[in-house]
Design a binder for this molecule. Structure first.
Ligand code: SF4
Length: 150
């Protein structure tokens, strides 16, 4: 039986009325604290909402060839870290990669607590603000630590 396969085409997505060929990449830390888990949650939501494409920071930190290649692809990069230790930013900087936008959650009022989950309402609020900033990223050289709640 003849199977016809649809030719894969490059996905496009829209930022307002402009069409971009590739979404920005988003990386987050995903440590054990409430802040780290919130960072991971926000990055996952950006991916699921079609705002950015999440890639695995642990692969970059672990020097996994395929994931380092993605990080070095030249696409815009967003990092979301739970605290000032900025683990995802540090993983990228080991490969001389600087994020176009970096968000540090404790600077946005998030408490870093061990053995506790994050506040979902707060996470959704911050997600809305970050989404807005990511949409503004196109054509912006750097949004490092810039953030405004919506
Ligand atoms: S950036 Fe902070 S919260 Fe995130 S994994 Fe590193 S130490 Fe944990």
């Amino acid at each position: 039986m003849l199977m016809l396969r649809k030719k894969k085409t490059k996905k496009h997505f829209s930022y307002g009325d402009r069409i971009m060929h590739e979404k920005p990449l988003v990386y987050s830390c995903s440590g054990c604290s409430s802040a780290a888990q919130m960072a991971n949650y926000i990055a996952v939501q950006l991916d699921r909402n079609g705002i950015a494409e999440m890639s695995c920071i642990v692969g970059v930190g672990g020097n996994v060839k395929k994931l380092v290649k993605t990080a070095l692809s030249g696409r815009k990069i967003i990092t979301i870290d739970g605290c000032p230790l900025a683990c995802s930013r540090a993983c990228l900087s080991n490969h001389s990669i600087n994020a176009d936008g970096h968000f540090e959650l404790t600077a946005l009022g998030v408490k870093k607590r061990d053995h506790e989950d994050f506040d979902l309402e707060q996470a959704r609020d911050i997600l809305r603000g970050i989404q807005k900033k990511v949409r503004e990223l196109e054509g912006v050289a750097s949004t490092t630590d810039q953030y405004e709640k919506v």
